[in-house]
Write a protein that binds this ligand. Sequence first.
Ligand SMILES: [Zn+2]
Ligand SMILES: [Zn+2]
Length: 271
Amino acid sequence: MKWDGHTHSPFCRHGSTAPLEQYAMAAIAHGCVRLSVTEHAPLPPHWVDDAALCAMDVGELDAYIACVQRVREQYAGVLDVCVGIELDYLSGNVGFMENIVHRIDGALHDVIVSVHFVPGRNGTMRCIDYTPEYVRTHVLPAYGTMDRLVEAYYDEVEQAIASVSMVSGLPSRVRLGHVEVIDKFRAVLPPYDRAYCDERLLRLVPMLAHYGVGIDLNTAGLRKPHCQRVYATQSFVDACRKADVPIVFGSDAHDPSEVAYGWDVAMLMMQ
Ligand SMILES: [Zn+2]
Ligand SMILES: [Zn+2]
């Protein structure tokens, strides 16, 4: 089934302002039968300095859900538009994640749990996929080396997978977002030990199976000039398939033109 399981909306603070109908029309044009709209969920106040760039406010959540539901009704029978969110794993604040899920109260079809933040200095949270300059200036100094940052990132990812058991009210379709987003700026950041990263990826597979969490086979990296690859290795995808971990394609479209982007590349990895 051609399904884009990770897309954004006009409620995104760093994406296109195009109406959601344009994402739906793009999905239909690409032959998709399902489109999951998974906007960034609100963040707790003061979580990061630039929260306004990251996600909608809590006060916008109801309007966002209503918008997806309206488009869902509009395209019923043509395209299965699903209500979703991309929920940040909030280290030490799982209660906030649960609050968001409860506020949406049963309307959710898809939840993508993503790690976009790692602890920085003095207890601040720092975004790892904003810009290479930001990572170099605000994230790397707290770790010293890229290897240590990668290690901290995978520690957060493991906690994110386990957090699913602490959040009540999640739908059955829960996926781990873009597992290798730490690779987004690989061409311009210091290199790191690839073998270690591959090993950490494989270690996630039994955890995913245990907690009933799928993966978002995310093609956004293909469009990023400093990455140019899918956020997953072939060995990781193969191991997930072997362990019956659900794998759902995700373009991570932040503009209607990006819906279904990289579908063929992702499908080659699924052969
Ligand atoms: Zn985004
Ligand atoms: Zn994301």
